[in-house]
Design a protein around this ligand. Structure first.
Ligand SMILES: Cc1cc2nc3c(=O)[nH]c(=O)nc-3n(C[C@H](O)[C@H](O)[C@H](O)COP(=O)(O)O)c2cc1C
Length: 390
């Protein structure tokens, strides 16, 4: 049982917070609801208090201010654009924002708002601040919004929010005992001793996947190709700067239960890199490129009946998506995570991503979200596929 402070802010989805409270209480958690004044325009505090079987805090009996109550986890569901901005900037002008600022443990938020509010640069910047500080973000989903518009902005469903809470509380070790290999970053293929051919991959997507798999109880090995961001705790890291390094280390681990190929592996390397540094003599420099091994294909050829192999593909537009569909059979992979790099706000080197999950069962679109939220969606899909194999 955990003590959970549940913040609720002012949007239509406040009624869904009632279901979140009900589910948490049924799982035996001690839930303290903290609605904002805005939330109480939609649902009365008494409703939250009755469902939680806990009073909505004023000063408590021991004389402690409610915002100084300790909790294992603070959740804000729903989170409005307004309170997201307040939290991002450290404001503390009501009990909920005071509570968030005084809390030194994990924070999970479930944003819900109109699509235009969600896509506004101010909201994107605030979300990036929360993300940088390690705040866990669940949703929003796309679909019909309360005002009748269709788009991204619906609060994640209560069951999904409670699932994320379980993961954060370490109660959902759904990948316990499994070996998971994740590749991250971009390989660099030397053309002389100091120059290379590389790509713009930052490694953030792979890091988020490794972190999420570790939180779900897996033994995680991260094959890191020139990743500059910090590594998640509890994950074994093997440096694989070139495509050849990554190929060798990945094939050594070809028997892992789950392999997530998030790294951008160079398709070509210099046939004959120059020894030492090539002088700057003003002459043209012809570099012959030769293809590297297709590591995903090599792993696909070795894939076992129970293993899940996931490939990531960055391409342009609908034609790219069609090619990714083909990879399922051509390269014998279970799941292709496709992102359209035709857009400049997602994918390579960005905080957010938006992907399509392609499997033999069909396709699922994961709307624009920080990479940790995308990682959670990818691993949910991996778990679904593992379940099918059992
Ligand atoms: C009918 C109605 C629905 C609203 N729904 C949302 C919403 O889903 N998301 C959001 O960010 N703001 C929404 N708002 C605006 C917020 O209620 C408003 O910004 C308020 O100041 C938020 O305060 P709080 O975050 O302290 O609760 C809505 C307002 C109204 C009148």
């Amino acid at each position: 049982m955990a003590r959970i402070i549940l913040g609720i802010t002012g949007g239509i989805a406040a009624y869904k917070a009632c279901e979140v409270i009900r589910l948490l209480v049924s799982l035996g958690h001690d839930v303290l609801p903290v609605p904002t004044r805005g939330a109480e325009r939609f649902v009365q505090a008494e409703t939250f208090a009755a469902l939680a079987r806990n009073p909505v805090p004023a000063l408590d009996a021991a004389g402690l201010y409610p915002h100084l109550q300790r909790a294992d986890l603070v959740v804000v569901a729903l989170l409005t654009a307004h309170t997201m901005a307040r939290i991002a900037h450290g404001l503390a002008d009501d009990v909920l924002t005071e509570t968030v600022l005084a809390h030194d443990g994990p924070l999970l938020v479930a944003p819900a708002m109109n699509t235009r509010m969600w896509e506004h640069p101010a909201t994107r910047a605030n979300l990036a601040l929360l993300h940088e500080r390690g705040v866990e973000i669940v949703g929003p989903a796309s679909g019909e919004l309360a005002e009748g518009e269709v788009g991204v902005g619906r609060m994640a469903e209560p069951g999904e929010i409670v699932g994320r809470i379980d993961v954060l509380l370490g109660q959902s070790r759904t990948l316990e005992g499994l070996d998971v290999v994740v590749t991250a970053g971009g390989t660099r293929e030397p053309i002389d001793s100091i120059r290379f051919i590389g790509n713009r991959s930052s490694g953030r997507m792979g890091l988020a996947l490794a972190d999420e798999a570790h939180k779900r109880g897996a033994r995680v090995t991260l094959l890191a190709a020139n990743v500059s961001a910090s590594f998640p705790p509890g994950v074994e890291v093997v440096s694989t700067p070139t495509a050849a390094d990554l190929e060798r280390e990945a094939l050594r681990r070809a028997g892992a239960d789950v392999i997530l190929m998030a790294a951008a592996v160079g398709d070509y390397r210099a046939a004959a890199p120059v020894d030492g540094k090539r002088a700057k003599d003003g002459d043209a420099w012809q570099v012959e490129l030769t293809p590297t091994t297709d590591v995903v294909r090599a792993l696909g050829e070795r894939r076992t009946a129970t293993q899940i192999l996931v490939a990531f593909g960055a391409e342009h537009g609908a034609a790219g998506l069609e090619r990714k569909r083909g990879m399922l059979t051509e390269k014998n992979v279970d799941l292709v995570v496709y992102n359209d790099v035709g857009r400049d706000d997602i994918g390579f080197d960005s905080v957010d991503n938006e992907v399509t999950l392609v499997t033999a069962d069909g396709e699922a679109h994961v709307p624009l979200a920080p990479k940790p939220a995308i990682a959670a969606a990818v691993l949910d899909e991996v778990e679904r596929l593992l379940e099918q194999r059992r």
